[in-house]
Design a protein around this ligand. Structure first.
Ligand code: PMP
Length: 398
């Protein structure tokens, strides 16, 4: 039977990693993979995580199953982090959280839930988006379509086009929104723009599915949650998928959550019961180590403070690198062309570089990024910024 199986091409990012590893250029730079890197090019374990793990080593008493919804202590801590300490939704017991293996796992729970409980509903996704969104909805058998997000001529957010497209979505469908740090573009909506999106969601009775993978990486842990909280407070029903991969640096521990805000407690319990079944048929119980770390950090005032400072440091470093990039391109007359990089937020930038420029950067300079021109901002450092900018100037004919 295996002889009949079709050979699939490698994932473009994996192909990029392999090509990068093979490259012997001593100055090579990897701007492809979506992980945070410090000034030394490492993806460090946060100090708060190390300390929480040391505590867990002495406290942990069992490796028994934690249940389909995961660790209740994790849920209790994560809900207020996402929805706010004084959330009216939490006070009214309208929210339910199911722990998931990463933000990806949470999205798969959302997709399976839609397939199971709202068959026929389409999911509307920004164009462009994180490519795994398509793969996840495909795998779950959920239909999807796109709404416009970026003007490819100017490489800027095209908000009027986004609004126009949202207004055309059939009543009751699901809209996938990036809460902050839009991947791949880095273009986020202002609070005023979110208000306008909210009005359309209300008017057309659309159900938002908010992908919240970068809390703390844009403007701050509280600031980045503004849109999530606005929609959760103003709409009867909202779905949120949170990830702790980036803000806790727990990529390989696979920790995230699916959150549903329902119109009332009764509906919330119904949704919760469905999620338990969806989780069970996927993987039964989620892994426990990541949730134990997150719950320990958030519940401990000292570790919580340390973690918040570490998130601030990661975010400030990324935002400084953004500004330094634009400044370093000034002498080449390219500061204006790339000004958007300093305005965008999160780990990624849609640089506006064309596929042929991206290819030249790779072949001539050992600088690797996705064909679309998406760069991981944390992929370069103060040390190789000049090399990167000279290379970009060269492929841009400067
Ligand atoms: N959503 C978006 C937009 C992402 O960029 C990512 C990570 N690249 C995820 C979800 C999922 O992250 P993870 O599964 O690693 O938690």
């Amino acid at each position: 039977m295996f002889g009949q199986v079709e050979l699939l091409p490698a994932d473009p990012i994996l192909g990029l990693i392999e090509a990068f590893n093979r490259d012997t250029n001593p100055n090579k730079i990897d701007l492809g993979v979506g992980v945070y890197r410090d000034a030394q090019g490492n993806t460090p374990i946060l100090q708060a995580v190390k300390e929480a793990e040391a505590l867990l080593l002495t406290r942990e008493k069992t490796k028994s199953y934690i249940g389909s919804h995961g660790d209740p202590a994790f849920g209790q801590q994560l809900l207020p982090l996402v929805l706010g300490q004084d959330s009216a939704v939490l006070q009214a017991s309208r929210a339910t959280l199911t722990q998931a293996p990463g933000g990806t796992g949470a999205l798969r729970l959302a997709a399976d839930f839609i397939h199971r409980c709202a068959p026929g509903k389409k999911v509307w996704i920004s164009d462009p988006t994180w490519p795994n969104h398509y793969a996840i909805f495909n795998a779950a058998g959920v239909e999807y379509a796109s709404y416009r997000y970026v003007d490819s001529n100017t490489n800027r957010l095209d908000f009027p086009a986004m609004l126009a497209d949202l207004q055309q979505i059939p009543e009751g469908d699901v809209v996938l929104l990036h809460a902050c740090c839009h991947n791949p573009t880095g273009f986020d909506l202002s609070l005023e723009q979110w208000q306008q999106v909210l009005e359309i969601l209300k008017a057309r009775k659309l159900l938002p599915l908010i992908d919240f993978a970068y809390q703390g990486f844009g403007a701050g842990l509280e600031e980045d949650a503004a849109a999530v909280r606005l929609l959760a407070e103003q709409l009867p029903e909202v779905m949120i998928t949170a990830s702790c991969s980036k803000n806790f640096g727990l990529y390989r521990e696979r920790i995230g959550a699916f959150i549903a805000v329902a119109a009332n407690r009764n509906d919330m319990e119904k949704v919760r019961s469905q999620l338990a079944v969806v989780a069970r048929s996927n993987y039964s119980n989620p892994p426990a180590h990541g949730s134990a770390i997150v719950a320990t950090i958030l519940a401990n005032p000292e570790l919580n403070g340390l973690w918040r400072r570490e998130v601030d440091d990661m975010r400030n470093r990324i935002n400084t690198l953004r500004q330094q990039f634009v400044d370093a391109l000034k002498p080449f007359g390219l500061a204006e062309k790339f000004a958007c990089v300093a305005e965008q937020r999160g780990m990624f930038s849609y640089s506006g570089l064309k596929p042929e420029e991206v290819q030249k950067l790779q072949q001539e300079f050992g600088i690797y990024m996705v064909k679309t021109g998406r760069m991981n901002i944390a992929g370069y450092s103060e040390q190789n910024l000049q090399y990167l900018c000279k290379a970009i100037a060269s492929v841009c004919g400067k």
